[in-house]
Each structure stands twice: as C-alpha cells, then as structure tokens.
Write a protein that binds this ligand. Structure first.
Ligand SMILES: Cc1cc2nc3c(=O)[nH]c(=O)nc-3n(C[C@H](O)[C@H](O)[C@H](O)COP(=O)(O)OP(=O)(O)OC[C@H]3O[C@@H](n4cnc5c(N)ncnc54)[C@H](O)[C@@H]3O)c2cc1C
Length: 551
C-alpha cells in the first residue's frame, strides 16, 4: 500500500522543517524526507575533530533565526524542546597587517570610542550610517519577512514613502544599492574601516565592486551592534532537532536517509515523490522542495512537465564562488597580535583591505586559488564554552572566496586542479595567514578537519560548486528575481509543487522565512491563490524585462 500524506517536504533544511511545522500546525499530515543521516542541511553540528568537540559544520551565527518570525511564534515551545542560544556581546572585529584592529561591541558608546580612537572621521561616518540604519530598519527591513510581490509588501513600501517622503526613500535606497567599495568611500576615511564593511559582502557573493553588495554589510554590522552574535548552545543541530520535535508533536514525520530521486507528476500536477530504493510516497495536497533550482528541475522533475522556456530560465540560474570550511580543535584560543582581548570576539575577520578583497573575488571568479583569501574566524568556544568537554577550544574558519573549479593558483604554488588534492595545501595557506595575525596558533592545533567546496556540495547538493548561499545574490537574482522573475512566491510551473530555501526570497541565511512564506502560499485559499498568480505573472513580466536590461 502506497503511503500518502497531505504534504511531502523534500529536504530537511531549516526552511523545509519550518514549512512542515507551519503545515502541521494547521492540522496537515506532513512527511519530511532528508537524504542525510540528520536533519538540518547547513544548520548542523558534529564531532568533527575530537570526541566531545561539537563544531557547527556549516552555519554558526544564528542571529537571523533568533530574529525570525518562526522563533517569535514558536519560541517558547522551541525553548522547551531544548533550543537555547549563547550570545556574545563582542560580535566582531577586524585585524590588519600592521597590527591595527577595529572592534564592534554590542554597545553603541564603546564601539564609537573604538572608532574615534582609530579615526574621528571614521567615527563620524559610523554615526551617520547608524542613523541611516535606524531609518532603514523602521521602513524597509519589514520587506525581508514579506512575500514579493504582495499586498503586504506594497503597504510596507507605501508606509515607507509616507514616513520618508519619496526623496528620503530614494536617498536611503542608495545605501543598499551601492557596492561595498562605494559604501566605504562614501562614509569612511581609513582603509581599515572601509575593509570592515566590505568583508561582510564577501560572506555572500559580493566582491567590493558589485552593485547591491552594501545591503548585507549594512544590515549585518548594525544588527551585530544591537544584538551581538548568537550561536546555538551545544551546537547548531539544536535548531533542526527542536523543529523536528515540534513537527512530531503535531503528528508529522521527519525521515532521514531518505533521498528523493523524482518528483512524480500527472497531468501537470505533483502527485508525490520516489525515493532511491524505488518507494513511492503520495502527496494529497502539495510537494514542497527545499531545493535549489538546478537540483530540483535538472534532477528531480521530468523535462516533459516543464515548459521549454522555463528550462532555459533554470539554465540561467547562477551560483557564486565556493567556500572552504576549516574546523580546528585547539588547546587555547588564538593570541591575536593586535590585542589579547580579541580572543573574546565571536568573529575576527582577516580581510586586510578592499583591493585585496577585490583581487580575491576576481581570482575566485576566474578559477584561480586566491593568494590571500578572506578569513572569517569564528571563535566558537569564546561564545559557547559547552562545546568541548575540557579546556580545549574550537575555531570555525570560513574561507572566502574560492573557485568552484580550479584552473590555477594566483600564488603559483599549488599545482593541483582538483579539490581532493588542493584542499590540504590551500588549508595550509589559510593557517599560515592566520599565524601571521595570531603567532603561535599553529602550535596550539590539536586536530583539524577541512571541507573543500566540493565536500560542501557532496554534503548538501544545494551548495552547488561549494556556493554556501545556494545561488548568487546579485541584484539580477534577488528580490522579485529570486529564483526567477515571475516565480518569486514559491510556486513552480507544476501545480501543487512548491519551493523554499536559500535559493528563494529572501535568500540565504538562517532566517527560516522562505519556509514560513512558502507554507502560507501552500495554505492559501483558491481565490487568494488566483490573486497571487495574477500579480506574480503581471509583476513577473516587468521583472523579466528589468533582468534582461541588467544582464
Ligand atoms: C559553510 C556555510 C556557512 C554558513 N554560515 C552561515 C551563518 O553563520 N549564518 C547564517 O545565517 N547562514 C549561514 N550560512 C547560510 C545558511 O546556512 C543557509 O543559507 C541555510 O541553512 C539554507 O537553508 P535551507 O533551508 O535552504 O536548506 P539547506 O540547508 O540547503 O538544506 C537542504 C536539505 O535538503 C537535503 N536534500 C537535498 N537534496 C535532497 C534529496 N534529493 N532528497 C532528500 N533530501 C535532499 C539536503 O541534504 C539538506 O539537508 C552558511 C552556509 C554555509 C554552507
């Protein structure tokens, strides 16, 4: 007998789980199918180096989840199911080659003093940006939690126009539309302060000269200033585990080691899925895919179920450069040359200057291993001491940006062009760089675990080419254009097949928003659904025209 559920969710990333939770909360019978042995996707923790050392395998900064709608609505129950966060009030700092450093505290005055001591002009620029952030947060940030296009988003924009007047809004919009180099040049004097902002752009796929790159650094820097940085106490897996508990309490199921090989369709409608072992599971109402477009449409949906023009659209979906993760077990946290107190910060960025960031990004885009990649050094145990059973420490190092496929080495040292061979020498380059900023760190390493871009994709197929954000967030593929113009509200050309996840609006990060908004779309009444489709089609045509101009 074929098993049947109201909804089948493919992929237990935090968005897939969130979608399942909202559906189960409405009384739907849901089943989440996950190919890996644990739920969570890029929100997961494992013992990667030593017994009892719990590393956040991919994402570590959980600020977006803490600020999400799902946490607001289900926070009490998630906490009761074991979810807790450890927060650092020293969110991030940057170190520079000459021993200089800049620090951002969860304390407006202290941060300002740090900027003032570095450069009064930078302090003034920081103040101005902070004021702009206040205006932005009040008027435009709500859009990040709303479907695009939608009546709610239209209202938000209208309110923003009322509050700011068109001229104020146009003025404000200049910040997020800027590149990070433009942002730095407009507000700061010193190369250090300019790099402090620009390095956040490279967390996603914004080299310093890409328009629109300033939005994430602008939001992230000032959110860290007001909220600090939070990690999940005991490990990132606490998030998917708690979400799973809530789904199960509502009668839903989360099955692991269950890889879906096909979304089954009949007469243009999704009817269920098939697993690797040939098992079929039916869906009465909906199939929700927590998948990036190339995985969903190239591997799981039969060509015959998709219009030819849509296939071409899928082929145009672009991924950003790759990421490497280096997990270290240490006997002590780094002794930073720029100041002992830096070992207390959640993140230390090693991103010397804007030009080096530009070289790194260009090298990665051109298939070259960069000479000086940007490092995000997450000092996990400085935030959550429970991660090791003894006095040992954990570092989480994200290496940005790397080529997905290697054509050569900008430094002329690494001959390998496959990641299996190149990962280890590249990790050595990273650790040599770290050593110059934190002398002695290499001697304190007890164990290391290196994940190349190819390893990232092998662990999670959504990370195509090791792109940690599942698709470029450049303007032409964000907002109304994510993943495609006309399809930004989680629908697909196949009836009752929906998508959520980092490749859909509002994009990557542990915001859980697309899971929530996708579930709301699935639950929409027929009349509401017709309105959504009409608006989507109308706005989609305009969005396509704009995208063609931007391309
Ligand atoms: C290295 C790294 C560091 C990051 N750091 C941060 C950070 O600090 N803070 C932050 O907010 N964000 C960070 N991000 C981004 C963030 O983690 C992701 O954007 C987010 O987790 C994506 O969630 P998702 O719901 O789209 O699903 P994903 O995490 O992509 O999960 C999708 C799931 O689907 C499963 N799946 C795929 N194909 C199938 C199939 N055929 N059948 C069944 N299951 C399938 C996968 O195994 C996976 O478990 C980071 C990402 C990476 C990779």
């Amino acid at each position: 007998m074929v098993e049947t559920f109201d909804a089948v969710v493919v992929g237990a990333g935090h968005n897939g789980l969130t979608a399942a939770l909202y559906l189960a909360d409405e009384g739907w019978d849901v089943c989440v199918l996950e190919r890996n042995d644990e739920p969570g996707g890029s929100v997961r923790s494992d013992e990667l180096t030593r017994e009892g050392y719990i590393h956040d395998t991919h994402s570590t900064n959980q600020n977006l989840f803490v600020g999400s709608q799902v946490f607001e609505e289900f926070g009490d129950e998630l906490r009761e199911a074991g979810l807790a966060f450890s927060r650092s009030d020293k969110p991030f700092a940057n170190v520079y080659p000459d021993g200089e450093s800049l620090r951002v505290y969860q304390d407006v005055d202290r941060t300002r003093e740090a900027f003032e001591a570095h450069s009064p002009a930078d302090a003034a620029g920081w103040d101005t940006l902070r004021e702009e952030f206040g205006r932005f947060a009040e008027t435009l940030v709500p859009l990040m939690g709303q479907p695009l296009p939608s009546v709610a988003a239209g209202r938000t924009l209208l309110d923003a126009v009322r509050t700011e007047r068109p001229s104020g809004l146009i003025d404000l919009a200049q910040i997020p539309l800027s590149s990070t180099r433009e942002l730095g040049d407009a507000y700061f004097e010193t190369p250090e302060a300019k790099a402090l902002m620009a390095c956040w752009g490279l967390h996603i796929d914004f080299g310093p000269d890409v328009s629109g790159g300033a939005m994430f650094p602008f939001l992230e820097s000032f959110t860290a200033l007001s909220e600090g940085i939070s990690v999940a106490t005991g490990g990132a897996s606490a998030i998917p585990e708690a979400l799973t508990t809530l789904i199960e309490r509502r009668g839903g199921e989360v099955r692991t080691n269950a890889e879906v090989t096909a979304v089954d369709t009949q007469n243009g409608r999704a009817t269920g899925v098939t697993l690797t072992d040939g098992t079929t599971i039916r869906a009465r109402e909906a199939v929700v895919a927590n998948l990036t477009p190339t995985v969903l449409y190239d591997r799981l949906v039969d060509d015959a179920a998709l219009p030819e023009s849509f296939r071409e659209t899928v082929d145009r979906y672009e991924y950003g450069p790759g990421t490497m993760m280096i997990h270290l077990a240490l006997d002590e946290l780094p002794d930073w040359a720029a100041g002992e107190d830096l070992s207390e910060f959640a993140y230390v960025h090693i991103a010397p200057d804007v030009d080096t960031l530009a070289e790194t990004y260009t090298a990665a885009q051109n298939g070259q291993l960069p000479e000086s990649p940007m490092l995000v050094v997450g000092q996990t145990t400085a935030v959550d001491a429970s991660r090791t059973p003894d006095d040992g420490q954990i570092l989480w190092i994200q290496v940005r940006a790397l080529p997905s496929e290697i054509d050569g080495d900008a430094a002329g040292e690494i001959d390998a062009t496959d990641w299996d061979t190149a990962a280890s020498p590249m990790a050595d380059r990273v650790l040599d760089k770290l050593e110059t900023y934190a002398p002695g760190v290499r001697d304190s390493i007890l164990d290391r675990d290196v994940h190349s871009p190819a390893d990232l994709e092998a662990t999670n197929p959504n990370l195509v080419g090791g792109d940690s954000v599942a698709g470029s967030h450049h303007l032409r593929q964000n907002f109304l254009w994510r993943p495609f113009p006309g399809w930004s509200r989680y629908g697909t050309p196949v009836d009752e097949l929906y998508v959520c996840g980092a490749s859909t609006w509002p994009g990557a990060g542990n915001n859980a928003t697309s899971g929530q908004l996708c579930a709301q779309r699935v639950l929409a009444q027929p009349f509401e659904e017709r309105v959504i489709e009409t608006v989507e089609e109308y706005v989609g045509d305009a969005a396509t025209a704009v995208q063609q101009r931007l391309s």
